[in-house]
Design a protein around this ligand. Structure first.
Ligand SMILES: CC(C)(COP(=O)(O)OP(=O)(O)OC[C@H]1O[C@@H](n2cnc3c(N)ncnc32)[C@H](O)[C@@H]1OP(=O)(O)O)[C@@H](O)C(=O)NCCC(=O)NCCS
Length: 153
């Protein structure tokens, strides 16, 4: 696996990686627009070799001293191999170099795998956003807000 820093040129690959992890997923033009935003940056995990198939994606934003993980997803066949951990590591490192001191993210309370991932990196629950995710006919799901102190990470 290799990790690359993304620009708008990789928006299609980011969208492809996102589609493997989320339903509904973000379109290419949505990634393009987001990447043009102030403080926004991303990374892609790709297979080694000539194919360079997208395995995972992370999109982050730094504003002042806060970093936010906007999205992170890994293709089902590539899971439990450290791809998300590697994407978070480079995303957090880039945030530190941009002057961020803490990281926040939201995660659905019914996503124990992702919560375990964040806890393993030192994130702790800081609160809850009621009805944050709209799951259509399944109704609304709460999000846990998680925080990582980057100074101590
Ligand atoms: C959550 C997700 C990003 C994890 O990606 P991943 O590449 O499989 O994660 P990693 O291999 O880096 O996992 C690192 C650690 O996190 C924890 N973890 C990750 N997925 C887990 C799961 N499904 N169940 C339990 N623990 C899990 C484990 O501690 C794991 O270490 P281990 O495999 O040595 O036990 C991936 O499952 C995914 O894309 N899910 C769908 C989208 C999503 O939920 N994104 C997060 C939204 S906030």
């Amino acid at each position: 696996m290799k990790l690359i820093r993304t620009t708008g040129a990789e928006a299609a690959a980011m969208s492809q990686a996102h589609a493997g992890a989320f339903e509904p997923s973000w379109r290419e033009d949505e990634f393009e627009d987001l990447l043009e935003g102030e403080g926004v940056y991303g990374f892609l995990a790709l297979t080694d070799g000539p194919d360079q198939t997208p395995l995972g994606v992370i999109l982050c934003r730094v504003a002042a001293e806060e970093m936010e993980v906007l999205t992170i997803g890994v293709a089902p066949k590539a899971r439990r191999k450290g791809v998300a951990k590697a994407l978070l590591a480079v995303g957090l490192e880039a945030a530190l170099s941009r002057g961020a001191r803490e990281c926040f993210l939201e995660v659905a309370v019914d996503n124990p795998g992702a919560i375990r991932l964040y806890e393993s990196l030192g994130f702790r629950r800081k609160g809850v956003r009621r009805g944050y995710y709209d799951r259509g006919q399944e109704g609304l799901t709460d999000a846990a807000v998680m925080r990582l102190d980057l100074a101590g990470a």
